[in-house]
Design a protein around this ligand. Structure first.
Ligand SMILES: Nc1ncnc2c1ncn2[C@@H]1O[C@H](COP(=O)(O)OP(=O)(O)O)[C@@H](O)[C@H]1O
Ligand SMILES: [Mg+2]
Length: 656
């Protein structure tokens, strides 16, 4: 007989232990969950040193030892009770909780599925007291101030659970990861992890300036810090700090993505999506960025009591959080690497990593690369202001008009010479320009920027971050010399990015120009497409797309972006509608716009096999130095590589 058909039993309250065991099912999934809860407690107790000892991946023993405030002897037994906590005592406090724990169920849950003992001493006690969780016996033992929680034989009473556990090594790896998540947010606390009597990890307490960076290097490796940029962003009550990996450091897996809310490690869709979208424009394919991002937010604007393990949170204003993370990371990534590193030259004041993407007022600067540049003589690019480039049209054929090096001094702007010659295949009407009318910023200017061979240069050629052009290789690469050695530039990829960024900037000022179709393109649409077209008419117009419904199932495209007038209007309309359905209109406008501009930029960029003069090559290098995101082409591939003299020496076995 089906159990549901049995005569009902009377309703009874479940015994406490069973309730805890049920709760344990949510809180304690594997040894790593116990480690997480116990380390949470140690941190809440103000510990500065936490030692985790494990046997058999934590299944046989998990012991977490801290030097925190301790638990008074009289409270040891209460600590093991369900819903017993010292951390909140009102709903009001729950709403602004600042501790890791507050539910008062971890110890009770763990206790119900293991053999647990609590050993603790407060500052007021002469000796420590040990509580045997099973017998309830208390006895004095020797110990300094702090607490040790010992958890033995996890899931001994629930063999079904135990069967789900993986090998010891896998469980150990999860335990280490669990401590790592804490270590990355509390650099001032020292951590040690032992397994089977061997020290597995040790992260020493870090104090003072750069403590977080040192901890990040200890835990995630020197590479992580070297190949990442500092994030510093503030908007209203939100602050985002941390480090975001450069696109080159992205991995196949998303295992180096750490996000924190008020010091709590979380897996949050809004944050993950925001971080990923910051890489949209620079990351190739399915690669996963690496980052450690710390969001500080007014605790009353985030609900941490959503999930028993508190790994999920709910934001009151998710959109603001999304924007803060996205802009914070985007701004940090925008600065070209060569200029950021300073190429070993005088440090670029104001462009140092901590100062990246902020202006004097400390507020984030958006998409205003030149404004971020210090006017320090150590870096002459600073004098170059992005010349206002009037958008005279935005058909692909007009792109040549945009190609004037945007890094020009006002002086240079008066001259009409500094033009980076357009490729003949996209602006055929212009034809090859005589090379003497082409100039790079460095040679076109008099005095403002050093020119090759000009005596008054404040800066020798070698100190340009991307160096001085030497030659062109196979019509594809530019070779340049800088203080570190050889720079190799993929000419088309680099120029494509420059044109793309220029187009984006122009488009920020003016709306996308649109061109009416002589004969509207009609197509059979779904009810949802029709609804979206009507609801988002305004967003579509911004993109240069005009659509109207001819019937409940037919849409007509009446105008398309001028630059894409030759394309398939229906395919364009469909893909934009599909995007609009999924996301909110503003991000689609942004993304679709960028995609359109990228297509235009690709057509507009200098083609392979076009011979460039040295001046043109230098012009391109100087543009790269002042163009946001110029380290990656529009498809996320690198645009340049550095080969240091040391690497070259190694190639030739010099000095061996
Ligand atoms: N390592 C520790 N040091 C000091 N107090 C502790 C420690 N671990 C647990 N406690 C005390 O035991 C209580 C219950 O812990 P727990 O079950 O994890 O619930 P919560 O952390 O949600 O309060 C805590 O509120 C705290 O007072
Ligand atoms: Mg707790």
């Amino acid at each position: 007989m089906h159990p549901a058909l049995q005569p009902p039993r009377p309703i009874r309250e479940l015994p406490d232990e069973l309730i805890s065991q049920i709760a344990a099912g949510e809180v304690v999934e594997r040894p790593a969950s116990v480690v997480r809860e116990l380390v949470d407690n140690a941190l809440d107790a103000g510990a500065t040193q936490i030692t985790v000892r494990l046997l058999a991946g934590g299944v046989r023993l998990i012991s977490v030892e801290d030097n925190g405030v301790g638990i008074p002897a009289a409270e040891l037994a209460i600590a093991l009770k369900r819903h017993a906590t010292s951390k909140i005592d009102s709903l009001h406090e729950l709403e602004s909780v600042g501790t890791m724990g507050f539910r008062g169920e971890a110890l009770a849950a763990i206790h119900s599925v293991s053999e647990l003992s609590l050993l603790s001493r407060t500052a007021q006690q002469d000796s420590a007291m040990l509580l045997d969780g099973r017998s309830g016996e208390l006895q004095p033992v020797a110990r300094a101030q702090g607490t040790t929680v010992e958890v033995k034989e996890l899931f001994y009473s629930t063999p079904a659970r135990r069967k789900f556990l993986k090998t010891d090594n896998t469980e150990l790896a999860h335990c280490v990861e669990s401590v790592r998540r804490h270590a990355l947010t509390r650099p001032e606390v020292g951590f040690a992890i032992w397994h089977e009597g061997k020290l597995v990890e040790q992260w020493r307490a870090q104090q003072g300036d750069g403590a977080l960076d040192r901890r990040l290097a200890d835990v995630l490796g020197d590479d992580f810090v070297r190949d990442s940029v500092a994030v510093h962003y503030q908007s209203g009550h939100l602050t985002v700090v941390g480090r975001a990996g450069i696109p080159d450091a992205a991995r196949a897996r998303s295992d180096h993505q750490y996000a924190y809310v008020n010091g709590r490690y979380v897996r949050d869709k809004v944050m993950t999506h925001a971080a990923r979208s910051a890489y949209e424009d620079v990351l190739h394919g399915q690669r996963q960025p690496v980052y450690a991002l710390y969001l500080e937010i007014d605790p009353t604007r985030v609900d941490v009591n959503v999930h028993p393990t508190k790994i999920e949170v709910r934001f009151r204003e998710g959109r603001e959080v999304h924007q803060a993370i996205r802009h914070g990371v985007e701004n940090a990534l925008a600065i070209p690497r060569a200029t950021r590193m300073g190429d070993g030259a005088a440090p670029l004041k104001g462009l140092s990593e901590g100062g990246a993407a902020r202006n004097d007022s400390g507020l984030p600067v958006k998409d205003t690369m030149p404004a971020q540049h210090p006017s320090s003589p150590a870096w002459p690019n600073a004098h170059w202001q992005q010349a206002a480039m009037p958008l005279t049209g935005n058909r692909v054929n007009d792109l040549g008009q945009l190609w004037q090096p945007h890094a020009r001094t006002p002086l240079m702007a008066q001259e009409d010479t500094a033009r980076f010659a357009p490729a003949t295949d996209t602006a055929g009407n212009l034809g090859p320009t005589p090379s003497d009318s082409l100039s790079s910023p460095s040679s076109a200017s008099q005095g403002a920027a050093p020119s090759q061979g000009s005596g008054d240069s404040a800066l020798p050629d070698g100190t340009w971050p991307l160096g001085k052009a030497l030659a062109q290789l196979h019509g594809i690469y530019i070779l340049a010399e800088n203080t570190q050695g050889l720079v190799l530039v993929d000419m088309h990829a680099a120029h494509e990015r420059i044109v793309y960024e220029q187009l984006k900037q122009q488009m920020d000022v003016q709306a996308m120009a649109s061109q009416p179709l002589l004969i509207p393109a009609t197509f059979h649409a779904t009810a949802q497409e029709v609804a979206t077209a009507e609801a988002c008419a305004e967003a579509l117009l911004e993109l240069g797309l005009e659509m109207s419904a001819l019937s409940a199932k037919t849409l007509a495209v009446r105008a398309v972006p001028s630059s894409l007038a030759q394309g398939d209007a229906v395919a364009l309309a469909r893909s934009v509608l599909a995007e609009l359905q999924q996301h909110d209109a503003s991000t689609v406008v942004q993304r679709a716009r960028n995609e359109l501009l990228a297509t235009m930029a690709c057509h507009g960029a200098v083609r392979a096999n076009r011979r460039l003069t040295l001046d043109e090559m230098n012009g391109l290098l100087r543009q790269m130095e002042v163009t946001e995101r110029s380290d990656q082409c529009n498809h996320g591939r690198p645009t340049w590589r550095q080969l240091s003299v040391r690497e070259l020496d190694a190639l030739f076995l010099r000095g061996r």
